[in-house]
Design a protein around this ligand. Structure first.
Ligand SMILES: *Cc1c(COP(=O)(O)O)cnc(C)c1O
Length: 220
């Protein structure tokens, strides 16, 4: 199926929920991204700083880039200001580096806090209790050049639908909790970035506001 048709099909399933679709283009060529752009898609997700820079330089300026991969602190210069939203704020050290880089540029960088919700060891993200502790300590109020706009999580790669649902539900509950305890006077804290090609329908049922879809969109 062509990218345009695939886009329409995914959007039909999302229509009632008002969910933002991020087209994950991390393994795609500039030509494939352009095809999706011409079909109307404007939000794309990249996971490597260098690739983001190279692709952004070759593609229209009205694309809204989302950075979704693990970001090393020595790469924050490449991504700050270029990415509309960084989904992968996964450590105090990285958030501090992003805040400082944004400050140097007089920019407010929008980013999400990535939470480790999966039962897999290898993925990045704050453990829920670490996030609660940092919230309670007031850490997130010490980053004036970041707009912290919500949480991101990835479910375990499994066929067990009830496990996936439970993980998304945990992220949703954690969102509500830290919204109340820490971000109640911050209307920008509103996003739950959860759901990929294999599990986005469950994520939407569990309150996702942004889904990140690669394979389903580009593989045909
Ligand atoms: C690759 C990737 C996706 C997209 O995964 P698909 O299964 O191809 O839809 C979404 N989120 C993150 C963080 C990714 O790295």
């Amino acid at each position: 199926m062509a990218i345009g048709e695939q886009l329409q099909q995914i959007k039909r399933t999302l229509a009632p929920a008002n969910v933002t679709l991020i087209a994950v283009s991390k393994t795609q060529s500039v030509a494939a991204i352009r095809e999706a752009y011409e079909a109307g898609q404007r939000r794309f997700g990249e996971s490597r700083p260098q690739a983001l820079c190279e692709k952004a330089a070759q593609l229209p300026a009205d694309i809204e880039w989302h950075f979704i991969g693990h970001l090393q602190t020595n790469k924050v210069k490449l991504v700050t200001g270029l990415a509309h939203t960084i989904h992968s704020g996964d450590s105090p050290k990285l958030l501090r580096a992003l805040n400082d880089e944004a400050g140097r540029r007089r920019h407010i960088q929008r980013c999400l806090l990535q939470v480790h919700i999966a039962q897999e060891a290898a993925k990045f993200g704050f453990m829920p209790d670490a996030l609660r502790r940092l919230s309670a300590e007031g850490f997130f109020t010490t980053l004036p050049h970041l707009q912290i706009a919500g949480l991101m999580g990835m479910a375990t790669f499994t066929d067990n639908m009830s496990q996936i649902r439970a993980e998304f539900r945990m992220l949703r509950r954690l969102f509500t909790e830290v919204k109340q305890t820490t971000f109640s006077d911050n209307p920008a804290f509103c996003e739950r970035s959860m759901g990929m090609s294999g599990d986005y329908t469950i994520a939407v049922e569990e309150g996702s506001t942004m889904i990140r879809i690669g394979t389903l969109l580009f593989t045909h």
